[in-house]
Design a protein around this ligand. Structure first.
Ligand SMILES: [Zn+2]
Length: 72
């Protein structure tokens, strides 16, 4: 059934292209992202100093450390 195979591989290509576009869009968004006011993990307020020092940060220092260690 060559028709089915062609269709499937076409979908796969489309999906890969979409995934790449999504990744690029996400990377771009992360770059432009503002620092969060509250930690995305524990909800504690993120100190102003940290928000300035780490543009785009989404976690407090404690949770960021855990995230860096891959524990989140
Ligand atoms: Zn936190």
């Amino acid at each position: 059934m060559p028709d089915v195979i062609d269709h499937a591989s076409g979908l796969e290509t489309q999906f890969t292209e979409m995934a790449i576009a999504n990744q690029l869009a996400r990377a771009h968004r992360t770059e432009q992202r503002e620092s969060a006011h509250e930690c995305g993990e524990c909800g504690n307020p993120i100190p102003e100093k940290r928000r300035e020092k780490v543009p785009g940060c989404q976690y407090c220092t404690t949770c960021q450390e855990l995230a860096d260690k891959g524990r989140l």
